[in-house]
Ligand binder design. Structure first.
Ligand code: SF4
Ligand code: FES
Length: 249
């Protein structure tokens, strides 16, 4: 570390994360500071290109004694953050198991296997089974678009595609409808069909889905299983690299 870098580190305020000091800049959230410092906190709806959302709760930590989502919690001097404790990890495992059992996730046959954040976070947390009774919901698949397949069986309702389409693509192709267990992804067209929207493969909304719900047609298995993003390295390594480069994969 060069002298100016060292000085900057010394002068920045810090909080405590699992016994280690994490420096932060004003305006950063706990998860942003942690990832920038090379410390992984599991997450699904957090994305470096978007404002904090706080919906999946997978990033929950015990912060100053209370459970809170680290993606929405502002970093501040002297915070005491617990992330890797058995209690917090068990909570995250439960949340991920809920996601697996409330949708239809069949990893061995999914086109996104190896690139899927839900699968990768599950591995990181040591999720071996769904544990809870699967709901096997009846959800639609929309293959009407010439270039895109929408399989809502795999949607985890993170709203990244909704946010990307509205704020970056200026199209508002996607939205969430319903509440609680009836909450579901809808397509913003009178017909309800993806073919009747302005969605294009170059849209940001095409590149943010953490699971295999929004898939490009004619690309299936172009990269073989075993050579995909999270086959090469665990998400705990890759997410940290992504954040320091300015984008979470
Ligand atoms: S389709 Fe993908 S990006 Fe959109 S809400 Fe569902 S999981 Fe999130
Ligand atoms: S990553 Fe924080 S609530 Fe989803």
């Amino acid at each position: 570390m060069s002298a100016p870098d060292a000085l900057e580190t010394i002068e920045r305020p810090v909080f405590n994360l699992d016994g280690h000091e994490v420096p932060f800049s004003p305006g950063q959230t706990v998860i942003q500071a942690a990832l920038a410092a090379g410390v992984y906190i599991p997450h699904l709806c957090h994305h470096a290109d978007f404002a904090p959302h706080g919906s999946c709760k997978v990033c929950t930590c015990r912060i100053n004694g209370r459970m809170a989502t680290s993606c929405t919690f502002p970093a501040s001097e002297g915070l005491e953050v617990e992330s890797e404790t058995p209690e917090v990890q068990e909570l995250r495992r439960d949340l991920v198991q809920f996601l697996f059992t409330e949708g239809n996730h069949f990893c061995p046959s999914c086109e996104q296997s190896g690139n899927c954040k839900l699968q990768a976070v599950g591995y990181d947390l040591g999720v071996l089974t769904g544990h809870y009774n699967p709901l096997f919901p009846d959800r639609p698949v929309d293959a009407s678009h010439p270039d895109v397949l929408l399989d809502t069986n795999r949607c985890i309702l993170c709203e990244l595609c909704v946010r990307a389409s509205a704020t970056m693509d200026g199209k508002s192709v996607f939205a969430l409808s319903g509440r609680g267990i009836t909450k579901h992804l809808i397509v913003n067209a009178e017909s309800g069909r993806l073919a009747d929207t302005q969605l294009a493969v170059g849209d940001k909304a095409m590149n943010v889905c953490p699971v295999g719900a929004i898939i490009r047609k004619r690309q299936g298995f172009r990269v073989p299983i075993g050579q995909r993003t999270y086959d090469a390295a665990p998400i705990s390594q890759i997410a940290v690299q992504g954040e320091t480069k300015g984008g979470t994969p």
